[in-house]
Design a protein around this ligand. Structure first.
Ligand SMILES: Cc1cc2nc3c(=O)[nH]c(=O)nc-3n(C[C@H](O)[C@H](O)[C@H](O)COP(=O)(O)OP(=O)(O)OC[C@H]3O[C@@H](n4cnc5c(N)ncnc54)[C@H](O)[C@@H]3O)c2cc1C
Ligand SMILES: NC(=O)c1ccc[n+]([C@@H]2O[C@H](COP(=O)([O-])OP(=O)(O)OC[C@H]3O[C@@H](n4cnc5c(N)ncnc54)[C@H](OP(=O)(O)O)[C@@H]3O)[C@@H](O)[C@H]2O)c1
Length: 392
């Protein structure tokens, strides 16, 4: 791997967040940007969520794709038809499957990696050390493990993403097999993972977007190709929906939207489930009422299930080893602060030149009612980066 020894910025990750960072930094003409990812294929939106229906309107993907000058120049120089023209033909006010969004991110990435100011490294950032001169020395391992380089920079941006969270359950773990949430969100893979002939019960935990889509995908199988499939739905709170207020959205980041909201309203509410189509296959296990009640419900209803899938949020993927003058940064020394898009240590001091974005490092937002949420979504990342990157 031949790469510059010094550069203006190193961006780790080429999902929608890493791409948006590169677009914004290029606009500022800071100099060479080293961009590191093993694939440059839009991150998890392409690798895991292509079959997921979006919970944001097509118009917001379009707004993301045209938000920076370098993005627009890629679009303008792309041969027609392409991922942008395909997306432009969709109803802008409706949602779409995420393969459309993934293809736009891949096309933009293909364009940016060809630009002179971008040096794309296929590999992983494994470690980074900040020295007395406020410069980060960043170790990059190529896909061929022998291939390793060190590059220094004053700006290191972590856009490393998150994966499904799993938590322990209060029954012997060997009695039920774990089913990966990523598989359940991909109907084509789910259909071949679960037996279509033998009796199978899948326990689904959660009540937010991922959980509702998991229920929807399993229900679709049960009513078509997998008639012996049954679902137990472990949920500890009522269904919560995004609400469109005057100029803003209540529960914009946590409430159900799009297809998940339509399905939940029509089929999963307590008033609907006993008589709905979904209710023929899904049994709700009410886990509300505190940890004791929750544990009792698991102990009573989980044994006998063939699979357990937890849809209980996403956890940051492992970060590169980070150190300051050779001393490892502990987790207490790495506090994300989205007011400026950077990190502080345990004494509240800013860690120079270290930044983040994306699902792993989202913006903290407060709505007009005072509810605190994390802004996760393509256009939300873009809005956040427009605000913070000029200070980086
Ligand atoms: C199921 C689901 C559906 C969603 N639907 C929508 C939607 O409809 N609309 C919307 O706007 N948002 C949606 N989101 C939210 C968000 O857009 C996605 O989570 C998105 O994938 C986040 O992008 P990211 O770039 O932060 O992370 P990722 O997509 O996870 O990308 C991270 C990248 O970093 C790379 N990486 C990690 N560590 C290293 C390293 N050390 N060195 C080099 N590379 C590294 C990874 O290989 C990966 O390519 C959805 C999220 C989920 C979970
Ligand atoms: N395109 C789509 O439709 C789609 C699909 C999936 C995800 N997404 C996006 O991805 C992000 C993550 O969404 P998400 O739905 O996966 O998760 P999430 O919004 O982070 O919510 C996690 C949910 O899990 C619950 N939970 C946590 N621990 C639990 C436990 N031990 N037992 C039971 N429930 C538990 C939480 O409930 P409590 O409040 O009770 O803790 C919360 O409702 C969001 O930005 C979302 O918009 C989008």
């Amino acid at each position: 791997m031949s790469s510059p020894k010094k550069c203006a910025a190193i961006v780790v990750g080429a999902g929608p967040a890493g791409l948006a960072v590169v677009g914004n930094l290029l606009e500022q003409q800071l100099g060479k940007i080293v961009w590191v990812d093993p694939f440059f294929q839009a991150g998890r939106v392409h690798s895991k969520y292509r079959e997921v229906p979006s919970n944001t309107k097509v118009a917001l993907f379009q707004a993301y794709a045209t938000a920076t000058l370098p993005f627009r120049s890629v679009i303008n120089s792309s041969r027609i038809p392409n991922a942008f023209t395909t997306m432009a033909k969709l109803d802008q006010e409706k949602t779409c499957h995420l393969h459309h969004a993934a293809d736009v991110v891949r096309a933009l990435s293909d364009g940016l990696v060809k630009m002179d100011q971008v040096y794309a490294c296929r590999g992983h950032v494994t470690a980074a050390n900040l020295d007395h001169t406020r410069s980060w020395t960043v170790r990059i391992k190529g896909l061929d493990a022998q291939d390793e380089v060190e590059v220094s920079t004053t700006r290191l941006i972590l856009c490393t993403g998150s994966s499904p969270t799993t938590v322990p359950v209060p029954v012997a773990e060997d009695t039920v097999k774990r089913l990966d949430l990523d598989i359940v969100l991909k109907p084509s893979e789910l259909a071949s993972t679960i037996s279509s002939t033998s009796s199978t019960t899948v326990a689904v935990v959660g009540a937010s977007h991922s959980a509702i889509l998991a229920l929807l995908n399993l229900f679709d199988l049960a009513r078509t190709s997998h008639p012996n499939l049954r679902i137990k739905w472990f949920t500890r709170h009522p269904l919560r929906y995004a609400e469109y207020m005057d100029g803003w959205i209540l529960r914009d980041n946590t409430g159900l939207k799009g297809r998940a909201a339509d399905f939940a309203r029509a089929q999963l509410e307590d008033s609907a489930l006993p008589t709905s189509d979904a209710g023929r296959f899904i049994t709700k296990i009410d886990c509300a009422g505190g940890l004791g009640k929750e544990a009792t419900q698991y102990q009573r209803h989980l044994p006998g299930c063939s699979y357990l899938v937890q849809a209980v949020g996403y956890t940051r993927d492992p970060l590169p080893e980070l150190s300051v003058t050779g001393l490892a940064l502990e987790s207490e020394d790495l506090n994300w602060d989205s007011t400026f898009g950077g990190f502080t240590d345990r004494s509240g001091r800013v860690i120079p030149g270290l930044h983040g974005a994306g699902i792993a490092f989202p913006e903290r937002v407060v709505d007009p009612c005072g509810n605190v949420e994390h802004a996760v979504g393509f256009f939300k990342f873009m809005k956040f980066l427009k605000r913070v990157t000029p200070q980086w």
